[in-house]
Write a new protein. Structure first.
Length: 559
């Protein structure tokens, strides 16, 4: 009897699969992830299932799902029948308490799962975000589009109008899941579920010593000994060695891809991501680590609902996002590494061009137009979080988002210009301690020897002696001189020595004492400095300002 029952169920599953496949022929998931189209999604839950979700929101309960299209892109154009027959689904609530979580009496967010035989358009999971922290309802769609435009693996997005047990709830973001099906679409045959992992990072999870256990394993095995790829990454990131940090980490981390990921996060002001903000205990957040079959990692974005809004001067301290502000361990160490910083700077250049080419302002305006009638329906019949004025004018609303987009390229250009890394042949190496000097003959223009022209100066040499920069200069006449040097840190540039308004005549030797922080860092790592010298001729005239990059390292064997 058991064999007969098993055979019957297998035949039934096959038959249902054939029915679903035939019904899906005229519609596929690509259409569902079109931000310009809003679909109807109907969920049903029994009173018992609703009570179970109220008690345990994170636990899946049994329900049903169906999807219906709109013939004209408006709520009035709902077609007569669903795209596919109603099917069983496992449903739970989503969101963080104090953030986007809402219960079933409000605009709850949902996670859905389908059995293999009842997969929806080939999908096994769906994510329906309630967008309660995004009045504009634009941020996630624009953010994931920006990641994809820059070549960063990222989810697709669409929109849905959700009803629960026949009652209107409202407009939702339909976000593609990063599960085995989503990863297979993104990476193709390069994805191997048996040998790879997808780790979810949230609320302070980072690649720090003993940090592997903090990550949730979303794909791949999580038994003891099966997360060796993550443990190897952590060891490489935090280990020591003679080689530069980026060289030591390269076998375990695709820094080329990661720097693009971080550059997009910074460009879109994704303060709640990996490279974003400095709030203790919650940095980093909202990202995935994805390992390839060799154990080398990429980074994938998530949780972008509060991107595309200015964070400088916000009410919550620590949320300020600058292009080189603090982030996760990988990002911070990258900025301190010469080669990785250059890769990040170059990645930001490419990201800036890719996003400008995407034209997010036009994309935002067309999405606003498409969503307007659906938002009106939500406000009238559903469970709205915002009214029409708030959608447009809230500090996180449409107007602020479009204003931020309009000015962001210029802000990126300004940072890129101010932080351009020096060319390799522009940098000299000075050892410390000792009195090694960089003679004028080996220093590229404008640091060149010779007689100074009127109103100018020459730099005859640079040295580092007992923790102080020393330089010999010649001038066309008397005046005042200012010298300052800065080093790059995870929080941006930091001044390490300054000589202010020193009177000079025809020649001078200037000594500039390095800060304690710079001397401490020099004991562990080479210092990558930018040195600027300004000479103002006596009696007026245009000041002369010279600037160059310089790498300083301790001499081998020095105490």
């Amino acid at each position: 009897m058991r064999m007969i029952r098993t055979s019957f169920l297998a035949l039934l599953a096959t038959a249902l699969g054939a029915v679903f496949a035939q019904a899906a022929a005229a519609y596929d998931a690509t259409e569902m992830y079109d931000p310009g189209e809003v679909v109807f999604i109907d969920l049903t839950l029994s009173p018992t299932a609703e009570a179970e979700l109220e008690a345990e929101p994170d636990e899946y309960v049994s329900g049903t799902f169906s999807l219906t299209r709109s013939a004209d892109g408006t709520p009035a154009g709902e077609e007569a029948s669903p795209v596919l027959p109603v099917r069983a689904a496992e449903i739970r609530l989503k969101g963080s308490v104090g953030g986007s979580f809402r219960d079933l009496t409000e605009k709850a967010g949902f996670k859905l799962k389908f059995k293999k035989a009842e997969a929806f358009l080939g999908l096994r999971k769906m994510t329906l975000n309630n967008m309660v922290q995004d009045p504009s309802m634009l941020h996630e769609t624009l953010a994931y589009a920006a990641f994809r435009a820059a070549g960063v693996p990222a989810s697709r997005t669409g929109y849905a109008y959700v009803r629960l047990n026949g009652e209107d709830i409202g407009v939702y973001l339909n976000l593609e899941n990063l599960d085995d099906i989503g990863l297979s679409r993104i990476f193709g045959s390069a994805f191997d579920q048996d040998t790879q992992h997808l780790y979810e990072g949230e609320y302070g999870d980072d690649v720090v010593p003993d940090g592997a256990a903090d990550f949730e394993v979303d794909e791949g095995g999580d038994e003891a000994g099966e997360i060796g790829d993550l443990e190897a990454l952590i060891e490489a990131v935090n280990g020591d060695g003679d080689a530069p940090w980026s060289d030591r980490v390269a076998p375990n981390a695709d820094l080329g891809e990661m720097t693009k990921m971080w550059a997009v996060e910074k460009y879109i002001d994704h303060w709640d991501g990996y490279s974003g903000h400095a709030i203790p205990n919650s940095r980093p957040n909202n990202y995935y680590l994805y390992s390839d079959p060799t154990g080398r990692f990429q980074m994938l974005p998530w949780g972008t609902d509060q991107a595309w809004i200015p964070t400088i001067g916000v009410e919550t301290p620590g949320r300020e996002v600058t292009f080189d502000g603090e982030g996760g361990v990988l990002f911070d160490k990258c900025l301190e590494d010469e080669a990785c910083f250059r890769a990040y700077w170059e990645a930001l250049q490419g990201v800036r061009d890719a996003i400008v080419g995407l034209d997010p302002k036009a994309m935002a305006e067309s999405t606003v137009e498409a969503l307007a009638p659906w938002q009106e329906k939500e406000i009238e019949h559903g469970r709205p979080e915002y009214d029409a004025a708030e959608i447009k004018e809230d500090k996180y609303g449409v107007d602020t988002t479009i204003e931020f987009i309009a000015g962001r390229a210029a802000e990126a250009d300004a940072w890129l210009a101010a932080n351009e890394p020096p060319e390799e042949n522009e940098e000299e190496v000075i050892d410390d301690p000792g009195s090694t000097e960089v003679p004028s003959a080996s220093v590229s223009a404008p640091f060149a020897g010779g007689a100074p022209a009127p109103g100018s100066m020459i730099v005859n040499g640079l040295s580092l002696k007992r923790g102080a920069l020393s330089t010999r200069l010649g001038f066309s006449g008397p005046g005042t001189l200012t010298l300052w040097a800065s080093m790059r840190t995870a929080a941006g540039r930091r001044n390490v020595c300054t000589v202010q308004d020193q009177p000079v005549s025809l020649t001078a030797t200037i000594r500039c004492e390095l800060s304690r922080a710079a001397r401490r860092r020099l004991n562990e790592h080479p210092l990558r400095l930018v040195i600027s010298i300004s000479f103002s001729p006596q009696g007026g005239g245009t000041p002369v300002i010279l600037s160059r990059g310089l790498t300083v390292r301790r001499a081998s064997g020095a105490p």
